[in-house]
Design a protein around this ligand. Structure first.
Ligand SMILES: Nc1ncnc2c1ncn2[C@@H]1O[C@H](COP(=O)(O)OP(=O)(O)OP(=O)(O)O)[C@@H](O)[C@H]1O
Ligand SMILES: [Mg+2]
Length: 442
């Protein structure tokens, strides 16, 4: 029997077959796409895993660094809220990271003085770092711990930048309590050392003349006893009387000159501790004052063939302690005469005074420069020149107080400052700056 190609059943069967083939192809495509997606998903999952593993490693690395740091570290977001705190910051502040996360820490820990007064947030460097995106460092600031103790810190804050934008700040701080204590102790011990040195120096200096004086008097007492015994025994001869009288006169001379030396030393010590209340303050013409002073020094200057030039505006008038200024210049000239020139050598000194005006807040001042063209001094002398008892002529009557007196007069009476420049063979130069009106208030 022949097959009719138009048999409806056959046509239906063919259509169904075609449809099935299309579905199979479709399913094949979907399966292919699906497996591609699965591969891609797998790849992106692997990548994510790698990234988060790398992130975790980086985080662990960073937190191991901050954990081992001896400085406190904390980070804030843009709103000034805490996002991180290292163990040292927890230990110093007494807060745990969890307690402060999301909190505005400026209000909690930042104090701007030792007396618990909270710092203005407008002055807070860390908040300014966030606002301006700039780093700041400060040597001394104050933090407050959980138990309300306030302690000094050195602080550094730096902005956190994400995609070119400031996203917060990280602050690194160091507890400087011990540093400050050590510094204070050092200052105290230096003060004590210089006081001790001063007392030892006074004792040493005064000891010699007093010792010689005591020896002289002891000798005189013994001689007087012998003289008295001879007198009572009726054995006193003319020769004995004359010898006793010359002993009395010699001993009196020795005792007198040594007591005088001790008295001079003590009066120098008194000048070292300049008494502000004794300062006499008056208006005077500088040039005239200095010329009058040089007249009194003239005999001393003539002995050594020394010339002094003075450069000073005629009408420069100041209100200050004229006596202190005279004493300062006398000591400088004395030193040049004694220390600057080998015996018999002549020299030239220059004193220049000038007015220095400061625009703005700084007070106008006088600059006094003093030069000698003598032998100068080595660094060792220059560094210690203002210290009490520093002298290179101890065995020739120097007590090392002249420049200490100058220093005290400049600083306390004239309320100024003094500097020295000198090199061996290059002469010596002092500059003194002091305000035009340095009178203490009544
Ligand atoms: N113009 C100078 N040239 C060179 N050396 C100087 C000069 N002025 C001071 N010195 C050095 O500085 C030291 C200290 O000076 P200072 O006036 O304090 O003490 P002194 O002159 O030795 O003793 P005193 O002034 O107490 O009698 C001097 O011993 C000297 O070595
Ligand atoms: Mg001197």
């Amino acid at each position: 029997m022949a097959i009719d190609p138009h048999d409806p059943e056959l046509v239906q069967l063919r259509r169904t077959n075609q449809m099935l083939q299309q579905r199979v192809k479709q399913a094949e495509r979907i399966r292919k796409q699906w497996s591609e997606m699965v591969v891609k998903l797998q790849q992106s999952h692997d990548r994510e895993k790698l990234i988060s593993q790398q992130l975790a490693e980086k985080e662990a690395f960073l937190s191991s660094i901050t954990a081992s740091m001896d400085e406190g570290v904390y980070a804030l977001n843009r709103e000034g809220e805490l996002t991180f705190m290292n163990p040292k910051a927890e230990q110093l502040l007494g807060w745990r990271q969890e307690e402060l996360l999301g909190e505005n820490v400026h209000d909690i820990i930042h104090s701007h003085s030792s007396d618990h007064s909270g710092g203005e947030s407008s002055e807070c460097l860390i908040l300014q770092t966030i606002a301006k995106g700039e780093s700041y460092a400060v040597d001394k600031d104050w933090f407050q711990a959980k138990d309300e103790t306030v302690f000094p810190v050195a602080l550094f804050s730096s902005p956190l930048i994400e995609r070119g934008q400031c996203s917060g700040a990280v602050a690194v701080f160091r507890d400087i309590r011990k540093e400050l204590e050590t510094k204070q102790r050092l200052v105290e011990s230096e003060k004590m050392a210089s006081l001790g040195g001063m007392v030892a120096g006074v004792a040493h200096e005064v000891n010699t003349p007093i010792g010689i004086g005591v020896t002289g008097i002891t000798h005189l007492t013994e001689e007087t006893r012998q003289f008295q015994r001879a007198f009572e025994a009726g054995e006193l001869t003319k020769q004995g009387l004359s010898s006793y009288l010359s002993t009395v006169s010699e001993s009196a001379e020795i005792v007198f000159s040594n007591l005088r030396r001790a008295a001079d030393l003590i009066s120098d010590f008194k000048k070292v501790a300049v008494n502000q209340s004794l300062a006499e303050c008056e208006p005077f013409l500088l040039k005239r004052h200095i010329e009058q002073l040089l007249l009194t020094l003239k005999p001393r200057l003539a002995e050594q063939e020394v010339e002094i030039s003075v450069i000073c505006p005629e009408q420069l008038q100041i209100e200050s302690d004229a006596g202190a200024l005279s004493q300062i210049l006398t000591n400088l000239v004395e030193n040049s005469l004694i220390h600057a020139y080998p015996a018999g050598e002549s020299g030239a000194f220059l004193i220049r005074l000038q007015y220095i005006g400061h625009p703005g807040d700084l007070a106008d001042e006088i600059e006094l420069s003093y030069w000698d063209d003598g032998r100068g001094m080595p660094e060792e002398s220059r560094l210690h020149i203002f210290e009490p008892f520093f002298t290179t002529r101890r065995n020739e009557g120097g007590s090392g107080l002249g420049m200490q007196i100058v220093y005290n007069l400049v600083v306390h009476r004239l309320q100024g400052a003094i500097n020295v420049w000198s090199e061996p063979g290059e002469g010596t130069h002092f500059t003194i700056h002091f305000p035009l009106g340095a009178c203490p208030e009544e």
